[in-house]
Design a protein around this ligand. Structure first.
Ligand code: CUA
Length: 359
């Protein structure tokens, strides 16, 4: 059977996925490559993982090599006597106990030091940012700057950014005495800038980001958080301090209410029939302060929406508003994710015209 067609098919069925998984690691310029780092925090992790990877790789090759050589060399042949038995060889047993123990110690010391080093509060001109994981997007609030945004985190280059990681679900009724319902587990991960940090209900975990240069870094939620976990991406946009300051100034500006036309009609729908105001913040608009969905004050300043899934274009925004869950699975009926709004196609066009003014 094993040598027959069935066996060969079975081996092929195992070999093809294995080869695909292996080849998937060969991507060039992968946006989330942990071996291609761009900041001092990620560099410290890289400085640890590369030697550990090399030591572990050498051990793997040695052990597997000896195993395979032994299997081939001493395989059963008719009439061949048993090979020399080494059971009870003190020198050998001492050696293969002590050498791995020393290797583990050699790996443990830098690992523990790196863990403590990474968890230390950064010094200097630190920029604090509160990160809130929602099902299924990221909210960023800059307490010292008085601004907030979503999914695309802007940071200045060369400056330590200290993240406070929270998880909330403002779309779900909170427990007594709480401002927001507690969220679920997430994990904030931007591989080129830092390691993963879990976002845990009921506590505030910390993570430091430092970017060397101005660039855009892809990241994602790295802890299963229900239905759209795979659709909870993020970007970190690092800018020179000058450009960052300009971005902050822009973010502080309230919206400019449209003077007329479709956009003005869309603005009315936003506040009224469309019910958008119940979930989204719009700077300078009375009553538009909710945090159920992303702050839309400067939506057009972002490159993507729906947690990094789609480029911000009028066509995709229209498709999204027409049926959000068709583009990204969500559970609006349970308070997580955007519901369909009671608007006609013409009204949705007007709403999109308004959204396009949110620069
Ligand atoms: Cu959030 Cu997975």
């Amino acid at each position: 059977m094993w040598r027959g067609l069935g066996g060969r098919m079975r081996r092929l069925k195992l070999a093809v996925p294995a080869a695909l998984v292996f080849l998937a690691g060969c991507a060039k310029d992968a946006p989330q490559d942990t071996f291609d780092v761009d900041g001092p925090i990620a560099q410290k992790i890289d400085n640890l993982q590369v030697p550990v990877f090399l030591i572990a790789g050498a051990v793997f090759l040695l052990v597997q090599g000896l195993l395979v050589a032994t299997i081939i060399r001493h395989r059963h042949r008719p009439g061949r006597p048993d090979p020399v038995q080494v059971h009870g060889n003190t020198k050998l047993e001492f050696g293969w106990t002590v050498v791995p123990a020393l290797l583990l110690v050699a790996v443990a010391f830098p690992t523990v030091f790196t863990i403590f080093d990474l968890s230390r509060e950064p010094k200097g001109d630190v920029l604090p940012v509160e990160v809130y994981g929602h099902m299924w997007w990221w909210e960023y609030r800059y307490p010292t700057l008085g601004i907030s945004t979503a999914n695309e985190l802007h940071i200045p280059t060369g400056r330590p950014v200290r993240l406070d990681l929270h998880t909330i679900e403002p779309g779900i009724p909170p427990a007594k005495g709480q401002e927001f319902a507690q969220g679920v587990l997430h994990s904030f991960w931007v591989p080129k800038l830092a390691g993963k940090q879990d976002v845990v209900p009921g506590r505030v975990n910390k993570l430091t980001l430092i970017a060397n240069k101005a660039d855009t870094y892809d990241g994602q939620c790295a802890e299963y958080c229900n239905l759209s976990h795979a659709n909870m991406r993020l970007k970190v946009i690092s800018q020179t301090p000058l450009e960052f300051d300009k971005w902050v100034e822009d973010q502080k500006k309230p919206i400019t209410p449209p003077a007329g036309g479709d956009a003005a009609a869309g603005f009315e729908l936003f506040k009224g029939k469309g019910t958008c105001i119940g979930c989204h913040t719009l700077g300078g608009v009375e009553g538009a302060v909710a945090r159920v969905g992303p702050n839309l004050t400067h939506l057009m300043d972002r490159t993507t929406f729906a947690a990094g899934l789609f480029p911000v274009t009028p066509e995709l925004l229209k498709k999204w508003i027409s049926d959000p869950s068709a583009m990204k699975p969500m559970r609006p009926e349970q308070g997580t994710g955007m519901p369909k709004v009671p608007l006609s196609e013409t009204e949705i066009d007007q709403l999109v015209a308004f959204l396009e003014t949110l620069k």
